[in-house]
Design a protein around this ligand. Structure first.
Ligand code: PEP
Length: 260
């Protein structure tokens, strides 16, 4: 069976944009993103912006996501946000971003809890994986990614697909050395990682049909000038975009490039 995976672009705003700034940016983005068909587009602003952005996106085809969450539905977890709360606001959640792994103690085990909780509450996880420069140079990329995928997906049952041939679970391959550095991976190199490591590992867990249906994004210094190279690749289904998602003149051409 050949699976046609719908291209997917998510903007990770990280810890940028106040509510007023978010309103302005989204209002500027809508006209250039709205008419672009054949690609799913999602904005992931910081928590305080979600409600305001949700209101502005109402009636558009632009989705909304969060950048993290706790795995418990409620409880004495000061400073945390639960999947129940997010499910009222958005459809997607980025989990296991390398900045969370590096600065906030996120592990494969916590990512796994979060993936299960997100799915249980109807949120679509965008699970981030990626090797550091040191791991890359030591030639351990394969082991690192396999461990992150296997560890993040222990006992995970994927949700029913809403579209035939699609799965409501997304992987973002983000080599840590490429994030925010301006040094993107080569498109062929990233594609090889997805086709030789990521999909085969997903196939070991879920079988080859599901592994072929999961959207796998590339992330790491994607910008308007290099995006189309990635989207030409057979196994890359879109991008998780950080810095360039904060500028309409960068993000809109990336979305257009993914639409083909
Ligand atoms: C990211 O934050 O997920 C990311 C890929 O950042 P950037 O595009 O800025 O490298």
């Amino acid at each position: 069976m050949t699976t046609k995976r719908t291209p997917f672009i998510a903007g990770n705003w990280k810890m940028y944009k106040t509510i007023a700034e978010a309103r302005q940016l989204v209002s500027e983005m809508i006209p250039s993103l709205q008419g672009v068909s054949g690609v799913e587009k999602v904005l992931c602003p910081p928590f305080p912006d979600l409600l305001a952005v949700k209101a502005i996106l109402e009636g558009t085809e632009i989705g909304l996501g969060a950048q993290n969450m706790h795995w418990e539905s409620a409880g004495a977890f000061t400073g945390e946000v639960s999947p129940v709360m997010l499910a009222e606001l958005c459809q997607y959640v980025i989990l296991g971003h390398s900045e969370r792994r590096a600065y906030f103690g996120e592990t494969d085990e916590t990512v796994n809890r979060k993936v299960k909780a997100a799915i249980a509450h109807g949120l679509i996880p965008i699970m981030c994986i990626g090797e550091t420069l040191q791991e890359n140079e030591a030639g351990t990329t394969q082991q690192v990614l396999e461990k992150q995928i296997m560890g993040g997906l222990v006992d995970v049952t994927l949700p029913e697909a809403t579209q035939p041939g699609e799965v409501n679970f997304i992987v973002a391959y983000e080599p840590v050395w490429a994030i925010g550095t301006g040094k993107a991976a080569t498109s062929q190199g990233a594609n090889a990682v997805v086709s030789d490591i990521i999909r085969p590992t997903l196939a070991k867990i879920f079988g080859s049909q599901i592994a072929e249906a999961v959207r796998v994004l590339y992330g790491g210094s994607v910008k308007a000038s290099n995006a189309s190279e990635f989207f030409k690749q057979s196994d890359i289904d879109g991008a998780l975009v950080g810095g360039a998602s904060l500028k309409v003149e960068e993000f809109a051409p990336i979305v257009q490039a993914a639409a083909g």
